[in-house]
Design a protein around this ligand. Structure first.
Ligand code: ADP
Ligand code: MG
Ligand code: MG
Length: 892
């Protein structure tokens, strides 16, 4: 050693000691940091210690082994627990038992495994029996420990343990675990130990230290498990964060009828309503509540009565402890200033807190809780705006079931995650994933879900389970993913083997359509119509607060009247991208478009364009009317012409008739237009350069429409946008064409309308030449889809084969087509913004493309000083909120 002390890796909590606190989440993981915090504010927390997340990385660096320094620190940690509990680890007469729990920076439900009752062996079990005066409890704990340890640490198949338990119950002629007695559990322990030896080839470890290190290694090991990796990928959690390990004195909820265990939320996580919300089980250990082995009971009397449940609430069975618990809830909520998700255990009438964290909630609840807490004065309006995840708004903006529609309800379960979903029933996650990838809407139907179902749940539109409560795996994960979920629909019998379910005499096979209402818990046969979401109330309030904090304007990408109207309802402040080619695809017009493309000369093209002109004009006029008072950016024709070509025999014949040429000639012409790499081919302003009459027609349509609408008394604000410009001269030529056309139209009409001409910046050359290009452009709109393709040299249409792999390997932090590549594409945007503004100080800057609706990309736009973002209609509210958050974060 040369003087450099080893960094500390073990942090104690409990019994008046707290080496860490809520601020140490990165180092201690969420669970460890909050255990320390709860202990430090004097709440009853069983003593323990946390091995920091840094040790997880070291464990892997050192070839999955532990440094000696850690062994010494852990020994101190154990001594700390022994000192407070007065028990000794491995001591036969007064044994200390601990739990070994994982805990990453952000909670990863069900991803990492916990071992309870560690420290039991053939000797200590006797001590536990004698000490508690309850041999049944001791042997039950021991068999639970063997089962969990074998599963989590030794990786043995738990099926054979469950089978042994079933046999034990059958032999005795009972149905419930609670009907087994001490001697039964003792016999089962012997059987379990045989099973371990058969499957593992070695006896179950009796040395408590070996048990401890095995469990610690397993927690670290689970960080690299497949299901943890999947979860990290879905939630963009970096692999190098690592998990902490928490070792904590056991407290026992399974010590008889004055003992219990439960989970609770300080407010309703589905609706956000201000009422304690939770479930508990008498005489049980923690895992029992989540696993759905026994049906949990309600915490509060009000909730029980509302559900019409008979089994008494904790408020009724253990009123005194319930009172203490309620006080703790209030204390925690006030302390953390947020809704908390809590685990607790009651050991013979004594309350212990085992976990608290900010509770996962539905978008609806997030909104209500943020707005309520601001009104309660707990947080400011700005904090409320920062509290709601913009992407989660998606859930609120999508349709719910039409209350007036007929519903053929076939079953009812728990309203585990709100929203309506309709799709084909599928009974396993792999099939769900495959069929969803093929574009089908899928409802995943399972008896209950486990972490192995994550991919299926993600692929599905909705999830239905036959078993499990409101805090079951299915419920928690579905709420987190924003998937509607009905859980615990007990009337449904699922037959995995034959891929069907039966309920009330009806048989539903794989592929049959069902509808779920995650808000009521109803399961319906067939498809039920839906209605649009409500945008006032809490949503409206939060949006108002967001708009007050926002600098960036939010526009929309839209061209159909319906989309334009929807976007305006969602608060769009103009159109950032109107793609004129979408109007070309209209079945009534496509023949004229094709005739234009396939024409051999200008005269032929003009003849077809003359037919398109009035159609485009009326489209633009309608958009101007819907967007009264707001800017409308219209992009001139962008895609390569071959995209519009006929494919079918029938289509060729129709174009031939319309343009009076023969089909053979048409075919030849179509062949001539084919390109090897159309993305980089004859498209964008290159079309306008080679066939000026196309852009001339479009400009004419825009200006004639503008005059028409201006005459009605509401002058529109058209912004004509030229795509795929790479050099200033390209833009100069087209600018001239547009200006000439405008002048002609205004002269013909005897009226002028204000307008702007600008360009998309979607080629690296354009970004670099922005200073020159800005001489001819009054605005830039960053077309980040193409700019990403051209900057990265990655074709969007071909990226599927390697992109996921790249993201998994961390070669791209995120999919660059979803979230802007800040280092590369972002730098080009900054350069273009700076050079453009140096030429023209009032140059308007915006972004269109998928990134305009992505919160992380919007934060970048805020930082880069753009004027607006443009997003698809349904993402407009998301963009408004994300823009507000970016501005508020930049402020402090
Ligand atoms: P998860 O992150 O999956 O919830 P936890 O580590 O929180 O895993 O533990 C799983 C269950 O075991 C929870 O119900 C928890 O309350 C319970 N538990 C954990 N540690 C103890 C302990 N020391 N005493 C009693 N119950 C515990
Ligand atoms: Mg937990
Ligand atoms: Mg483009």
């Amino acid at each position: 050693m040369n003087g450099e002390p080893e960094a500390r890796t073990v942090y104690r909590f409990g019994g008046g000691v707290s080496d860490g606190g809520a601020g140490d989440r990165n180092l201690l993981g969420g669970k460890g940091a909050n255990l320390a915090e709860m202990a430090s504010i004097g709440l009853p927390v069983p003593p323990g210690f946390t091995i920091s997340t840094e040790m997880c990385a070291r464990y892997y660096e050192e070839g999955e082994s532990f440094p000696d320094s850690l062994r010494a620190e852990v020994a101190n940690g154990i001594a700390h627990i022994e000192g407070i509990t007065g028990r000794s680890f491995g001591d036969a007469s007064n044994p200390l038992l601990v739990s070994v729990r994982s805990g990453a920076r952000v909670s990863m439900p069900g991803m990492m495994d916990t071992v309870l009752n560690l420290g039991l062996n053939d000797a200590t079990v006797e001590g536990l029996a004698a000490g508690s005066g309850d041999p049944r409890f001791a042997w039950d704990s021991y068999r639970r420990f063997i089962q969990m340890y074998s599963d989590v640490v030794l990786g043995l198949d738990h099926g054979s343990f469950e089978e042994a338990l079933e046999i034990a119950k059958e032999d005795k002629g009972v149905h419930l675990d609670t009907d087994l007695e001490a001697a039964d559990w003792q016999r089962l322990v012997a059987r379990y130990k045989e099973l371990v030896e058969e499957e593992w080839g070695r006896p179950f470890p009796q040395d408590v230290h070996e048990q401890l290190w095995g469990a610690v290694g397993a927690v670290f090991g689970s960080w690299q498990s497949e299901r943890a990796k999947v979860y990290r990928r879905l939630h963009s959690i970096p692999a190098d964060w690592g998990t902490a390990v928490n070792v904590q004195a056991m407290v026992f909820g399974n010590m008889g009828d004055s003992s219990a265990t439960g989970v609770a939320f300080t407010r309703d996580p589905s609706t956000g309503e201000r009422a304690y919300y939770g479930e508990y089980l008498i005489n049980a250990q923690g895992e029992d509540v989540v696993a759905g082995i026994r049906t949990p009971q309600y915490l509060t009397r009000a909730a029980r009565e509302r559900a019409g449940a008979k089994a008494p609430s904790m408020e009724e069975t253990l009123p005194e402890v319930y009172g203490q618990l309620a006080a703790v809830f209030d204390r925690l909520e006030a302390h953390y200033r947020d809704m908390q998700d809590i685990e607790f255990t009651v050991e013979r009438g004594h309350l212990w807190m085992l976990q608290t964290r900010s509770g996962k909630r539905t978008a609806k609840a997030a909104l209500k809780i943020a707005v309520d807490m601001a009104r309660e004065g707990v947080i400011s309006e700005e904090e409320a705006v920062l509290r709601v995840d913009p992407s989660a708004l998606d859930q609120l903006l999508h349709p719910t079931l039409d209350p007036g529609a007929e519903r053929n309800v076939i079953a009812k379960g728990l309203p585990a995650s709100p929203g309506a979903a309709c799709g084909k029933a599928v009974f396993d996650s792999d099939t769900a994933e495959q069929r969803a990838a093929g574009g089908e809407a899928i409802i995943l139907v399972r008896i209950e879900t486990s972490p192995e179902d994550i991919h299926g749940m993600h692929a599905a539109k909705g999830i239905l389970t036959a078993r499990g409560g409101m805090t079951s795996h299915a419920a928690v994960v579905a709420r987190g993913m924003g998937r509607p979920c009905v859980s615990g629909a007990g009337a449904i019998a699922i037959d995995y083997k034959n891929k069907l379910m039966r309920v009330g005499g009806i048989e539903i096979r794989e592929g049959d359509v069902i509808t779920l209402d995650g808000t009521t818990g109803e399961v319906m046969l067939g498809q039920v119509p839906t209605i649009q979401p409500e945008l006032s109330g809490d949503f409206g309030t939060l949006m108002e607060w967001a708009d007050a904090g926002r600098r960036l304007m939010v526009r929309t990408n839209a061209e159909t009247p319906a989309d334009c109207r929807a976007a305006r309802e969602f608060g769009a402040e103009g159109i950032g991208l109107c793609r004129t080619e979408h109007m070309f695809f209209d079945p009534e017009r496509i023949t004229n478009v094709r005739q234009m493309i396939l024409a051999y000369d200008e005269a032929g093209r003009r003849a077809a364009l003359d037919k398109l002109l009035p159609e485009q004009r009326s489209d633009f006029a309608e958009i101007f009317r819907i967007m009264t008072g707001l800017p409308v950016t219209i992009r001139l024709l962008d895609p390569p012409l071959h995209e519009f070509l006929p494919h079918e025999e029938e289509e060729f014949a129709e174009v031939a008739r319309a343009s009076s040429v023969d089909v053979e000639t048409l075919r030849r012409r179509a062949g001539e237009l084919a390109e090897a790499n159309p993305m980089l081919g004859h498209r964008g302003c290159r079309l306008g350069i080679t066939y000026p009459e196309i852009y001339e027609m479009q400009a004419r349509a825009i200006f004639e429409a503008a005059v028409e609408v201006a005459r009605e008394g509401a002058p529109p604000l058209p912004e004509v946008m030229v795509p795929l410009v790479g050099t200033r001269p390209e833009l100069s030529i087209i600018r001239n064409l547009i200006e000439r056309t405008a002048d002609t139209v205004f002269e013909e009409q005897g009226m002028r309308v204000d307008y702007m001409i600008g360009t998309m910046i979607e080629l690296p050359r354009a970004a670099l030449q922005a200073g020159a290009i800005a001489e001819d452009a009054e605005f830039f709109s960053f077309g980040t889809n193409d700019l990403t393709q051209t900057t990265l040299g990655v074709s969007r249409d071909d990226a599927g084969r390697f992109l996921t792999h790249y993201v998994e390997k961390g070669l791209y932090a995120r999919d660059p087509f979803v979230s802007i590549d800040v280092e590369g594409v972002g730098e080009l945007i900054r350069i273009a913004a700076e050079r453009g503004r140096a030429t023209r100080s009032n140059l308007k800057l915006g972004i269109c493309g998928e990134h305009g609706g992505d919160p992380a990309s919007i934060a970048f736009c805020e930082e880069a000083g753009l004027d607006y973002v443009s997003a698809s209609p349904y993402r407009v509210p998301i963009a408004r909120l994300a823009a507000a958050q970016a501005a508020l974060r930049a402020k402090d």
